[in-house]
Design a binder for this molecule. Structure first.
Ligand code: GLA
Length: 405
């Protein structure tokens, strides 16, 4: 594969050089996988519904070497001293986490490195032999920000091992491999949203994905052409999906589907909401209503992008946020403040993005208003006594790729 971006070269060089210093020889290659922003379609993925994410320019980069003659061990290190996978637990920059590959177990690996070990484990589950492997990670996907820093690690490692072991798995299969690693090895019952965006995204496009059939379509999202920018507001309220909240929501959705007699909430349309209200308890009903209306909003957003363009999607984003706040219960004061301040300062639409309980919001803003919107959000956070948010502009970038040649 040829190098896709000149901009990739410095990132590849930096992690390859550090790899040589740490492990004593050059890596076999360097791969990059992006984080993602979800434009709309939250918690619909594990309900077999619709999502509309895009890949970011921010990536996790891994330098990887197989050690077929060495002991069958994983050695993994990260250039980030902080918490490259957003696990809530700090990693030590440059410290090597080691694990035997004979019987890989999550408890034997420090939390961030489980996203690396989990991929090896998932390959072993499929009958592939993985020899000793060294991995060095360097990531600029903000961690714990709801931008899929952990899926970016999984996807970069999966792509690297697929190539080095000559497995030739299709990208859609790699998505499922990464999901299995995250669901079973890491223990977070997530869907395929994050990994699909990272492995299938395309610059200038959002990815419209049917999470049941896995049909994917690239929907043009050329923001600059329409004088727009998407502002990410990282509230710096950390979240983790291995813990309670996310699992409880998955369970509530399953309960709702079972009570309505369908395999997944994907099969419930808005016309059944009145019936759902009658047979479900109040909390479960609100969870169900979010999923049912959110699926419809994804479809409406795609139709709007196709016909009217991105300037017209604002009300759908606003409605999505309200639904997550009021029905799904996954927002928090900081996210609500970010969304509200952005809306009041001229954003066309704004919503929290990702799993929730913290992380980031996005705002679609006319380019000329971006500075004012950012200032308004900062001002509001200061006035509320919140931590200062991180704000940056993003646009749809390319999927995971090899970057050292
Ligand atoms: C997290 C999960 C995804 C998805 C989102 C919510 O990012 O990893 O699978 O469920 O939350 O849309």
């Amino acid at each position: 594969m040829s190098r896709q971006h000149d901009a990739d070269a410095p990132g590849a060089g930096r992690v390859a050089l550090a790899f040589g210093e740490l492990f004593g020889s050059a890596p076999d290659g360097v791969w990059a996988a992006p984080g993602r922003v979800n434009l709309i379609g939250e918690h619909t993925d594990y309900n077999e519904g619709f999502v509309l994410p895009f890949a970011l320019g921010h990536t996790a980069r891994v330098a990887v070497a197989l050690r077929p003659d060495g002991p069958p061990r994983l050695r993994a290190a990260s250039l980030q001293g902080a918490d490259p996978a957003g696990t809530g637990q700090a990693a030590t920059a440059g410290r090597i986490a080691e694990a035997g590959l004979g019987q890989l177990e999550p408890a034997a690996v420090e939390p961030w490195a489980r996203y690396v070990a989990g991929i090896i484990w998932a390959l072993q589950q499929r009958g592939h032999h993985v020899p000793g492997v060294d991995v060095l990670l360097d990531s600029d996907v903000p961690s714990g920000a709801g931008l899929s820093s952990s899926a970016a690690i999984e996807c970069a490692v999966a792509l690297a091992l697929d190539e080095l072991l000559d497995l030739r798995m299709a990208r859609q299969e790699l998505v499922l491999l990464c999901q299995q690693a995250e669901n079973v090895f890491v223990g977070a019952p997530t869907g395929i949203l994050d990994q699909s965006a990272s492995l299938l995204g395309t610059a200038g496009h959002a990815l419209f994905l049917d999470c049941r059939s896995r049909d994917a379509r690239q929907v043009p999202l050329d923001l600059a052409e329409h004088g727009l920018a998407i502002l990410v507001i990282d509230t710096r309220v950390a979240h983790a999906h291995e813990s309670g909240g996310y699992k409880d929501l998955v369970a509530a959705c399953r309960r709702g589907a079972a009570a309505l007699g369908v395999p997944a909430l994907r099969d419930v349309g808005t016309e059944r909401l009145a019936e759902a209200r009658r047979i479900l308890d109040a909390d479960t009903f609100r969870r169900v209503r979010h999923i049912v209306t959110e699926n419809q909003r994804v479809l409406d957003t795609v139709a709007t992008l196709d016909t009217a363009g991105p300037r017209a999607i604002g009300p759908l984003l606003d409605a999505s946020h309200a639904s997550m706040r009021d029905d799904f219960g996954i927002s928090c004061d900081e996210l609500d403040a970010a969304v509200e301040a952005a809306q009041q300062a001229g954003a066309l639409g704004a919503r929290m993005t990702g799993g929730g309980f913290g992380g980031s919001a996005i705002a679609v803003v006319p380019v000329e208003d971006a500075t004012a919107v950012a200032a308004a959000v900062r001002h509001r956070f200061a006035a509320e006594g919140y931590l200062a948010p991180d704000l940056f502009v993003v646009e749809p970038g390319d999927a995971a790729r090899r970057i050292d040649r």
